[in-house]
Design a protein around this ligand. Sequence first.
Ligand code: CUA
Length: 141
Amino acid sequence: MLVVFAGAVVIAVFGLGIQLPGVVEQVAPGEVDSTPGFDNPGLRMIYPGRYEVYIVAQTWQFTPNEITVPVGSEVTFFLASKDVIHGFKIVDTNVNVMVIPGQISEFTHTFRKPGVYPFVCHEYCGAAHHTMAGIVNVVEE
Ligand code: CUA
């Protein structure tokens, strides 16, 4: 059984590209607005095909709640919460992280197919939790 479990982990990491979100940095919830990147949240191109996006999570919205990238783009996401625990799941991808107050959630995803990818908060965060969502537009160049 241990060999089977170890094999499943290896397949998940190298075959399916599943990665654990890294805790790269910490940020106090009250200091998100004055932290570089989160002080001006949004998408930035590092070079063609390579992007990073800073997203602020707070009850009950993501800022920004819509980004547009060309198909094939590799996008590194940085998320931080200004209040409670939120979640961040991009539909039809393997992106699924928690956004925990005090920590910056970082992960990278490559969008290989064009389309509209909704993202949602999937940690219950209060009365309007169900409205906390946005979209990634992946467009043909
Ligand atoms: Cu934020 Cu649920």
